[in-house]
Design a protein around this ligand. Structure first.
Ligand code: PHE
Length: 457
């Protein structure tokens, strides 16, 4: 076909297969695994929620991720330009724009939490969170986030550090950093898991994670599970489209997607195993929300030899994990402004950072000054998170699915996924096409309508 002939010349991208995995996994693994996954699972009742989350990851998240890789690599452009190249003179490029806007909204609250994590490195080092009293652990955290200046300044520091890395454009630095640090994070999580599992009463946490009670599942829960799947995998907003454009022509897109999804899910499960046994053992509630990580992890380490050292290392690694995600988020608007609008890298970086700080402060202050300000019954912090997880990412993901499944020709998609016919993966492509044309779009629509109460299943 006409469309199928469109091939764009390669531009600068990731150097190796391992580099591709490191960068995409670096974007996927983040506070989502160690902070959001446990607390959302806790709020939604545990094992049954995880089961649905996993189904969303396989049947919605993975196909959308592969589609983003296809769109990015085929077009060789960042998320807005990608749609303009593959479907010139059509409104499809709005998909990319909504991704850029979504990146802003996520950054508003993500940098706030990353600020807490950064601050906790120093609190761990100074010993101020080493306590054996759960009440004290809770007190320290609440006092910290309900302050004004200190969480704000930490948020700005986080933005500044991320901005500096973006400005330097050190893709290689990040690639190399994540490659060495992710395995360490993995090991450290295993240390936490072992410690948590040997705490008295740990089994209650394990059954919370593995014994599903499907009676707790409602439309709202399913929507939350799908939202978490989008957030976790960094899909439904153009970040992976942009990264897809850096992937070399010889890499397997389906293989990359599957590896990232499996590794990411494994990290989340480990985080769950490190946190829930401790939650029950120390008498916290799984429903404690965003503060869960900050209260239980210090307790987990407190009772072991060199706990303070391990605790500091844990928060250092968590902050590094958050950097990979934030870089991919910060990169989205910067890539758009530089590649599409002709801005200089410096101007784009500063503009993006200042805007993120200016509006992002409302997320941080929603634990103090702005705690009374609510939108749809949510604090601003919760609103940004709800809006992006449950609406913006799924809807953008829906349009991405429709684009890859119906707008691009079957031939074009097969050609890209099989690397021009050199990979013999016909049946995998068949599965993918079925998922992206029918399963994902229909599921997304039903889950959103059901979650918002427009239909009742
Ligand atoms: N996936 C990241 C995490 O789990 C967050 C993220 C969302 C990053 C969307 C990029 C885009 O922490």
């Amino acid at each position: 076909t006409e469309l199928g002939k469109k091939q764009f010349s390669p531009r600068e991208g990731f150097g190796s297969t391992l580099g591709v995995i490191a960068a995409t996994l670096g974007s996927a693994v983040g506070l989502g695994n160690i902070w959001k996954f446990p607390y959302i699972t806790g709020e939604n009742g545990g094992a049954a929620f995880i089961f649905i989350y996993f189904a969303c990851v396989c049947f919605i998240g993975l196909p959308v991720m592969i589609s983003e890789f296809v769109i990015g690599r085929r077009s060789n452009a960042a998320c807005v330009g990608a749609f303009k190249r593959l479907a010139p003179d059509t409104p499809w490029f709005f998909t990319g724009l909504s991704g850029v806007i979504c990146a802003f909204f996520i950054m508003f609250y993500y940098t706030s939490v990353a600020g807490w994590v950064f601050a906790y490195i120093f609190k761990a080092l100074s010993g101020s969170i080493v306590t054996s009293d759960p009440k004290v652990a809770e007190q320290v955290f609440t006092t910290f986030i309900s302050g004004i200046w200190s969480p704000l300044i930490w948020q700005w520091i986080v933005l500044f550090v991320t901005g500096t890395i973006i400005l330097a454009g050190v893709k290689n630095g990040i690639e190399r950093m994540t490659k060495t640090l992710l395995p360490i994070l993995f090991l450290l999580l295993i240390v936490c898991v072992v410690r948590a599992l040997t705490l008295p009463g740990a089994s209650e946490g394990v059954s919370f994670l593995f014994q599903p009670d499907f009676s707790k599942i409602t439309g709202v829960t399913i929507l939350a599970a799908m939202g978490l799947a989008f957030f976790k995998l960094s899909v439904g907003m153009g970040v992976m489209t942009t990264y897809g454009s850096y992937i070399g022509k010889g890499e397997s897109l389906i293989g990359t997607g599957i590896k990232v999804v499996l590794a990411d899910t494994m990290v989340s499960m480990l985080a769950g195993l490190a946190i829930f046994p401790a939650v029950f053992s120390f008498g916290f509630s799984p429903k404690d929300g965003p503060s869960l990580l900050f209260m239980t992890i210090p307790m987990v380490f407190n009772s072991m030899p060199f706990g303070q050292v391990f605790l500091s290392i844990f928060f250092i690694l968590a902050s590094i994990a958050s950097m990979g995600a934030m870089i991919s988020l910060y990169n989205a608007p910067v890539a758009y402004l530089t590649e599409e609008r002709g801005w200089s890298r410096g101007a784009a970086t500063i503009f993006t950072g200042v805007l993120m700080a200016a509006i992002g402060c409302t997320a941080t202050l929603s634990n103090s000054l702005l705690s009374d300000v609510t939108l749809f019954d949510m604090t601003l912090f919760n609103f940004y998170s709800y809006l992006t997880d449950n609406l913006m990412m799924p809807l953008t993901g829906l349009v991405i699915a429709l684009f890859a499944g119906w707008r691009l020709s079957r031939w074009e998609v097969s050609d890209e996924i099989s690397n021009g016919g050199s990979l013999n993966n016909k049946s995998a492509i068949g599965f993918y096409l079925f998922a992206i044309r029918y399963v994902a779009p229909i599921a997304i629509v039903i889950i959103i309508l059901n979650g918002l109460g427009f239909i009742k299943l």
